[in-house]
Design a protein around this ligand. Structure first.
Ligand code: NAP
Length: 295
């Protein structure tokens, strides 16, 4: 059998060592890392992957796209997929900033406790995503909305949250998605109060080291599942420890960043392995959620 070769296409100058190590741990034999990849310079690299191996051996070549600029990585992915033709294609995984694997892991954690598996159940699970304009928050929101959950995006800027909501509406027709600014959650205004009262899921996907929900705000809520993806102190939701994994406090259940991190790593490794299954899949957040199942 041909050796498993993964082209690691990274939009940053230095290809991520993290992504390379996970690939090797997932069973890849050889990682070929490339940095500074853009839609304009990627085609020769893709041709190199497409034309070196014929027949079933082509399934032993795959492409991983990463980097910290999510929009650029998405543009690279589109160019990569547009370069393929007919059966001359290889598996492609997109995970810039770990956003897809992290978002999928957060939804898998939530689905252990909430009926997110079908639309009827998901509709009864209003969710609030804090830091929703970032790469991880946008994907958490998109995955939840696709399941059928009503989702409110929260950002420091209402227009930014509104733009992120619009992106999701374009991607998911009929999406139940709303946007508010973070300051609104601190007041007693009726809408913000109702939002927190009704939420059954809160995911904090804000920048590292930023608290977005205080313990007082959290305790004023009726309970539910709280997932904080920020491991850097101070944490995103006050009172959640990074290692929390389904820790309960009254009617609330807590997951911290490290509590979700194990699932994220499993999804990442399983997604890499899936690239070599022979059907040249394109793995974005939705496919990674399927891989993480049983959400
Ligand atoms: N557990 C894991 O394996 C894993 C993997 C990847 C990432 N993460 C964590 O997941 C979280 C989200 O990652 P990301 O890359 O999406 O984050 P990000 O882009 O750095 O930040 C997300 C959002 O946070 C808001 N924000 C930034 N600075 C802020 C501040 N000072 N005060 C309040 N809000 C602020 C911004 O939204 P607005 O400007 O619109 O308010 C930003 O869009 C991070 O904490 C990251 O460390 C965890």
């Amino acid at each position: 059998m041909a050796r498993r070769v993964l082209l690691q296409l990274d939009c940053d100058p230095h290809p991520s060592s993290f992504d390379a190590i996970v690939a090797l741990d997932a069973g890849v034999d050889v990682v070929l890392p490339y940095g500074g990849v853009t839609p304009d310079n990627v085609v020769p690299l893709v041709h190199g992957a497409m034309f070196t191996r014929g027949g079933s051996e082509l399934a032993s070549t795959a492409i991983f796209i990463g980097g910290s600029d999510v929009a650029l990585a998405e543009a690279v992915q589109q160019r990569v997929c547009a370069t393929f033709f007919g059966p001359v294609r290889v598996g492609v995984m997109l995970d810039p900033s770990g956003a897809n694997t992290t978002a999928a892991a957060a939804v898998v954690a939530a689905a252990r406790h909430l009926p997110l598996a079908d639309v009827a159940g998901a509709r009864e699970c209003p969710a609030v995503v804090l830091g929703a304009t970032g790469p991880v928050g946008q994907r958490v929101a998109r995955l939840l909305v696709r399941r059928g959950a009503p989702v409110t995006l929260v950002s420091r800027s209402a227009p930014r949250a509104g733009e992120a909501a619009e992106v999701i509406r374009r991607a998911v027709p009929g999406a139940m998605v709303d946007a508010v600014d973070l300051a609104a959650l601190s007041g007693d205004a009726g809408r913000a109060r109702a939002l927190l009262d009704q939420a059954r899921l809160v995911v904090a996907a804000g920048a590292a080291g930023v608290t977005l929900l205080t313990a007082t705000q959290r305790r004023s809520m009726q309970g539910g599942v709280f997932i904080d993806l920020n491991a850097v102190p101070p944490v995103g939701i006050e009172g959640i420890a990074p290692t929390d994994k389904a820790r309960s406090e009254g009617t609330a259940l807590f997951y911290g960043a490290l509590g979700v991190g194990g699932t994220k790593m499993k999804i990442h490794r399983a997604a890499i392995a899936r690239l070599f299954g022979g059907d040249a899949p394109v793995l974005d957040a939705e496919e990674m959620l399927d891989i993480g199942g049983p959400a």
